[in-house]
Design a protein around this ligand. Structure first.
Ligand code: TRP
Length: 484
C-alpha cells in the first residue's frame, strides 16, 4: 500500500498503475532504488564519468571543432559547459536521487509531489527516445573503434602514409557488412552489461580503464609535440576568432556540451537515482565535468598537430580521428602496441557511455511493464541495433542520400548527420531546458535545497539563479537566433 508521510504532499492519484510499479509513489522518501545503488560516492563518480567520457570527447569533439573553425568554437563550448552544463547536471542528478526511479517515473513522482501536472513524465519519454536514437549511431561508431583494435594488432598502420590511412578508412566504411559486424559486436557488449545491472562489474572496470585512457592520451599529446606541428595545432584549438562563428556553430557547441556530459535525456538522472543519500552532488558534478573537459582538450591537442603536420583537412568530418591517430601510431616506437591499447580503451570509454543511453529505457520497462532486466535489455538493444542500420548505410549505400537538403542548415546531411543533429543539438538542449525549468520553477525550493545539500547557502543561491534565469534563457536565445 502507499505509505503516507508528512514530507510528501500526497494529494494526487498516480496515473500509472500501482500494481506494476513495485515502488508505488513513496519514492521521494525511499533511500534506495529498486535497481540497486552505487558503492558510495566514488562508484557514482566513476560511473557518471564513464558515461560522460566517450566517443563524444575523442571522436566527436575534434571533428566538430575541425568543421567549425577551431578556437572560437572551443570557447563557446567551454562557456556552455560552465554556464549550462554544470548547473543542469546538478539539477539532473538531484531529480534522479529524489525520484529514485527511471526518468519517466521520477518525473511523474516529482511532479505529483510538488503538485504539478503529470505531463512532466513526457520529459522522461523524450529522453528515452533521444537515448535510443543516439545509441543507434553511437554503436556503429564504437564499432569502428573495435575494428581498429583488430587493425592495430595486425600492424596495419606501420610506416603508413596519410594516403594509405585514408584508403584504409575509406574502404572500411564503404563496406556495410563490415560495419554491421562490428556494430553488432558492440551492441552485444552493451546488452550484456545492461542486462547484468550497471552497478556490477562496470564500476570496477571503469576504475582502471579511465586512468589508462588518460595516460595514453598524454602519450599521444607528447607524440604530437615532438612529431606534429604543435604550435599550429594549439593555435587552431585556442586562438579565438569570432568571425568564424555562426549561429549554427553556437547551436552545435551547445548541443555538444549536452552530449559530452550525457545531459538532457535522463542518463545522468537515472545514474543519480542510484546515488546514496549522503554523497555531495555539487562536488561530484565538478569532478565529472572537469575530467570530461580535460579528456576532450587532450584529444584535440593530440589530433590537430598531426592534422597540420600532414597537410590533412581539419574539417574532414567523422573519420577524423581514424585518419589521423593511426599515422601517429604507425610511426612511433611500439606503435602497434599503443594503437591496440588506445582503441581498446576508446572502445571501453564508448562502452561505459552506451550503457547509460539505454539504462533509462530498461529501468522503465522493468518498473512499469514487469519485464525482467535481461529481457528488457535484449529488447531495447536489438531494436536499437536495427535502427543503427540507417547509420551504417549512411556511410556507403546511402552516402549521397541527403533527405532534408532543401533546408539550408541540413544541406548535404546524411541520415546519420541528421540523427546526430536532431538528438544532440535539438532534443538534448530542450530536454535540459525542461529539466532546468522543472528543478528551478516547479520544484519547491526546500526540496532542491535539501537534496543538493550544498555546503554554503550562497552556492545554492548561485545554482538556483543559474537554473532559473541563465540556463533556460541561454538555450532559448540560441534557438531563437537559429530560427530567426
Ligand atoms: N557523453 C557520452 C560521450 O561523450 C555519450 C553519452 C552517453 C550521452 N550517455 C549520454 C550523450 C546521454 C547524451 C545523453 O560519448
Amino acid at each position: 500500500m502507499v505509505e503516507k508521510s508528512g514530507r510528501f504532499i500526497d494529494n494526487a492519484q498516480p496515473l500509472y498503475n500501482l500494481e506494476t510499479t513495485i515502488t508505488g509513489v513513496t519514492m521521494a522518501d525511499k533511500q534506495e532504488s529498486i535497481h540497486g545503488q552505487w558503492t558510495g560516492r566514488w562508484g557514482f563518480i566513476l560511473a557518471a564519468t564513464g558515461s560522460a567520457v566517450g566517443l563524444g570527447n575523442i571522436w566527436k569533439f575534434p571533428y566538430i571543432t575541425g568543421e567549425n573553425g577551431g578556437g572560437a568554437f572551443v570557447i563557446v563550448y567551454l562557456m556552455c559547459i560552465a554556464v549550462i552544463g554544470i548547473p543542469i547536471m546538478m539539477a539532473e542528478i538531484m531529480l534522479g536521487r529524489r525520484g529514485r526511479q527511471s526518468p519517466i517515473n521520477t518525473m511523474t513522482a516529482l511532479a505529483i509531489q510538488s503538485g504539478h501536472s503529470q505531463k512532466w513524465h513526457l520529459l522522461g519519454w523524450m529522453g528515452v527516445i533521444a537515448g535510443f536514437l543516439i545509441l543507434s549511431y553511437y554503436s556503429v561508431i564504437a564499432g569502428w573503434a573495435l575494428a581498429y583494435v583488430e587493425r592495430s594488432m595486425t600492424g596495419a598502420f606501420n610506416d603508413s602514409t596519410p594516403e594509405m590511412i585514408k584508403t584504409l578508412f575509406g574502404s572500411f566504411v564503404a563496406n556495410p557488412l563490415q560495419l554491421i559486424f562490428w556494430h553488432s559486436l558492440f551492441m552485444f557488449l552493451t546488452i550484456v552489461v545492461v542486462a547484468r545491472g550497471v552497478q556490477g562489474g562496470l564500476e570496477k572496470a571503469a576504475r582502471y580503464m579511465m586512468p589508462g585512457l588518460f595516460m595514453i592520451l598524454l602519450l599521444l599529446v607528447g607524440y604530437a609535440m615532438s612529431a606534429g606541428d604543435f604550435s599550429k595545432g594549439l593555435n587552431f584549438l585556442f586562438a579565438v576568432d569570432f568571425s568564424k562563428i555562426t549561429t549554427n556553430s553556437i547551436v552545435i557547441a551547445m548541443g555538444h556540451a549536452f552530449f559530452t556530459l550525457s545531459l538532457g535525456m535522463g542518463a545522468i538522472m537515472v545514474y543519480g537515482s542510484y546515488l546514496p543519500k549522503d554523497a555531495s552532488i555539487g562536488k561530484a558534478t565538478l569532478i565529472i565535468a572537469v575530467a570530461d573537459t580535460v579528456v576532450a582538450l587532450l584529444a584535440g591537442m593530440a589530433i590537430f598537430p598531426l592534422v597540420f603536420a600532414n597537410q590533412l583537412e581539419p574539417g574532414q568530418g567523422p573519420g577524423l580521428i581514424f585518419q589521423t591517430l593511426p599515422l601517429a601510431f604507425g610511426h612511433m616506437p611500439w606503435g602497434s602496441f599503443f594503437a591496440t591499447l588506445f582503441f581498446i580503451l576508446l572502445t571501453f570509454a564508448a562502452w561505459t557511455s552506451s550503457i547509460s543511453l539505454i539504462e533509462p529505457a530498461v529501468a522503465y520497462l522493468v518498473e512499469n511493464r514487469g519485464i525482467t532486466r535481461v529481457r528488457a535489455s535484449i529488447l531495447m538493444g536489438v531494436s536499437c541495433w536495427a535502427m543503427g542500420l540507417l547509420t551504417v548505410f549512411s556511410f556507403n549505400l546511402w552516402s549521397k542520400f541527403t533527405p532534408l537538403s532543401f533546408i539550408s542548415i541540413f544541406e548535404g546531411k546524411t541520415i546519420f548527420d541528421l540523427l546526430d543533429y536532431l538528438t544532440a543539438n535539438i532534443m538534448l538542449p530542450w530536454g535540459g531546458f525542461f529539466i532546468a525549468v522543472f528543478a528551478a520553477w516547479f520544484m519547491a525550493r526546500e526540496a532542491s535545497m535539501d537534496e543538493l545539500a550544498l555546503e554554503y547557502r550562497w552556492l545554492y543561491n548561485i545554482w538556483r539563479f543559474l537554473v532559473r534565469y541563465i540556463t533556460p534563457v541561454a538555450v532559448l536565445i540560441i534557438f531563437l537566433k537559429l530560427v530567426s
